[in-house]
Design a binder for this molecule. Sequence first.
Ligand SMILES: [Zn+2]
Length: 515
Amino acid sequence: MNQFPRFLAFLLAALGVAVLLVACGAHAPPPDPLAAYRPAFRSESLPSDFDVDAAPRYDIELSVDPRARKVEGVARIHFQNRSGRPMNDLYVRLYPNLPQLQGTMRLTGVSTLPGNYAAGYAYQNNNTTARITLTEPLPPGATIGVEITYNVEAPDRSGYVLFGASEGILNLPYSYPILAAQTTEGTQQTTEGTQRDPTSPWRLDVPPPHGDIAIADPSFFTITATVPSGITLVASGVEITQTQGISDTVQHHLVAGPDREWTMTVSPSFQKASLDVDGIRVNSYFLPQDANAGHSALADAAAAVRVYNRLFAPYPYTKLDIVESPTRYLGMEYPGLNYIGLDTYRDQSGSQEVLVAHEVAHQWWNGLVNSDPFRYPWLDEGLAEHSSLLFIEMIHGPAAAERMRSLRWQVPVDWAVKNGYDAPAGSEVTAFDGTNYEILVYAKSALFFDALYQALGRDKYLEVLRTFIARYRFKTPTPADFLAVVSEVGGIDPQPIYQKWILSGPKHPSPKPSE
Ligand SMILES: [Zn+2]
């Protein structure tokens, strides 16, 4: 047997392995830190300068007892000190303790990972915040993990129920400790009210009953949620697998992000219908007695996704859930999941379509472009409102849009001006009350965007919105950032329109007329 070819073959094989090893060493891509979460979002939606290290990561194991309306969980939160200073305290929000939500949330243990920063904790802001104190300061830019065990109890209520059980549906948003948002200028809640605090990065705003609840930074989540068999779990993100748990339970393994909030709802009665639109799975969950409206909600949501995909930018997630919810005629937006009030399923007046269009628009104006719901609530509410007019205009024509403009926005704003409820729409959330918040923050600011729409024309206006998204995806722009895009891309000075609709109005609402 000729040994040479065999030797050559061996040599070539060895060289081949060496070449492969070199190739692996020189060109192996670094591990993708977001690999686990990619099933939940569309990679092209993430800007190239997205700061992966700055996004908090949550790893949560929780179990839901729907009958007792209880959640027990352990949350591991990894985050970076972005304050630029050594950090002695960190804050998590316990929103179920808000009076308007009527629930309770307690921490039962807090430790840090690794354990060299032993921590204590104390409740503050009427138990809506826990301050976790580190025994050694965390250096700027360093990351830390904190492990929190907790439990939540949700109420059984009637009327408007954002959090809790009603009509066979159990809404459980905010059912985990939410790391307070870190910004360049934090907020403290004092006996005087909400105060800016330039010495702290933490946003500790306590929301008034009429505004949005939470403010948090875009984050990534892995969740294992254990629920009894036969209970439908609807949650932000996508389910990767399901396993059988003990005592007739099912464990749902989910990933989500980049989301400011993770949310879930459970029901023993939910039915589901789905559609695929532009590669996005749109699901509608509804009670059996509302099946017709549940299918309508699905069709409206799918149409809205299709319209906004074309008008604004591609929807950032791989899934959108539309969930019938005991929020009466109102809805609520969460990343990839919208609550739609069940009264709109039972009302024959067509209120559901506009509500779905508004809530789905929030996936762009609040989900994709984050906004500050306490300092500038008008920015995403006005954009979501006006986007629903663009949707109605595309689906039903200009006459329907004109009716919406007049009846939904102009008439209520005229009423507010005449009856002493007018105020600058651009105020912080605490400047409003339950009477004028919706009229001014939704309708009056929608008229601001509509005035821009008329002044710029449709094509330029849409170009402004697309540029605003391209520049501020998963960032939190201010009104000044938006106005700068209007000047630059729209080529007009937006100040007169901004003054008229957003800044003008009595500084303090007039005394309410006595009735
Ligand atoms: Zn809204």
